[in-house]
Design a binder for this molecule. Structure first.
Ligand code: ADP
Ligand code: MG
Length: 258
């Protein structure tokens, strides 16, 4: 059965789309087919993260019945499919959420994993995104504002029967002011599956429209994304970078600093 995983958050800007693009890039390494769908209809940016052409068939065309969902599927050179959404104000004004559910159903069985890049918070598009999923990954930053907002999302999902597989703690800096992991897990009543470090390479990846796992596969964040994908798919992943790769990484980091 296809796993439809909603990537959600309470607050915006915490790293949902970054999580989606990087997971979509590494899941095929474990033999699974994957499609990433922009389900954030009011502030979509999956296409921007992936360098989708601006004048292309996108999800809003499908939602307005101007295109078939299969025509909005883009093939990324890394080896996964994705559906970007429209960027204009006119696009976001006319969203029929019933068409969203039909479109998602039509493509589901072609993939092992579907990653739904949801809207933050609990507006109607966020709720429909969660309701269309079989499970949910919650992205938070190490700040109580982001964590308390995430709790409402988790409670809503619980009420409608969508389980939270776990939490992705993104942009961790290991500063003393950050909440302790134990406290986060207790508060959200969900396990932290991955701690993605604050990593300049992630921002570089977004700037160059290339997920960091592709642009800098040996960066700290890339390693965690591969481990997370392996964990989600029930694989053991014990990366052993060669000396050459380690030296290359050190050289890149030094070049970033100076
Ligand atoms: P959301 O989809 O939740 O709105 P994004 O994935 O678009 O958030 O991320 C917002 C910004 O944060 C992006 O510009 C991205 O470069 C940056 N970012 C995300 N994760 C990290 C990280 N681990 N380290 C550094 N920057 C990050
Ligand atoms: Mg986003």
């Amino acid at each position: 059965m296809t796993r439809r995983i909603a990537i959600v958050s309470g607050k915006g800007g915490v790293g949902k789309t970054t999580t989606v693009t990087n997971l979509a890039s590494v899941i095929p390494l474990f033999g699974k087919s994957v499609i990433a769908v922009d389900a954030n209809f009011t502030a979509p940016n999956l296409g921007l993260h992936l360098g989708a052409p601006i004048n292309t068939i996108h999800f809003h065309h499908v939602l307005r019945e101007q295109a078939e969902v299969f025509d909005a599927i883009h093939s990324h050179p890394i080896g996964f499919h994705y559906i970007p959404a429209g960027l204009s104000l006119d696009d976001i004004k006319q969203v029929d959420l019933d068409s969203y559910l039909t479109a998602i159903d039509d493509i589901t069985h072609f993939y092992d994993v579907m990653l739904l890049d949801c809207a933050p918070g609990l507006g109607s598009d966020a709720m429909v995104g969660i309701a269309s999923a079989t499970e949910m990954l919650v992205v938070v930053n190490p700040e109580w504002t982001s964590i308390t907002d995430a709790m409402k999302t988790i409670k809503f999902a619980e009420e409608i029967g969508v389980p939270s597989t776990g939490v992705i703690l993104n942009r961790k800096r290991n500063e003393t002011i950050e909440p302790l992991n134990d406290h986060i897990e207790t508060f959200l009543d969900a396990p932290i599956l991955a701690e993605i470090p604050e990593d300049r390479n992630v921002r570089k990846g977004v700037a160059y429209c290339k997920p960091v796992v592709h642009k800098r596969p040996n960066s700290r964040a890339s390693l965690v994304y591969r481990k997370l994908a392996a964990n989600l798919l029930g694989h053991n992943y014990m990366p052993r970078p060669t000396w050459k790769e380690k030296l290359k990484e050190i050289w890149h980091n030094m070049r970033d600093v100076y």
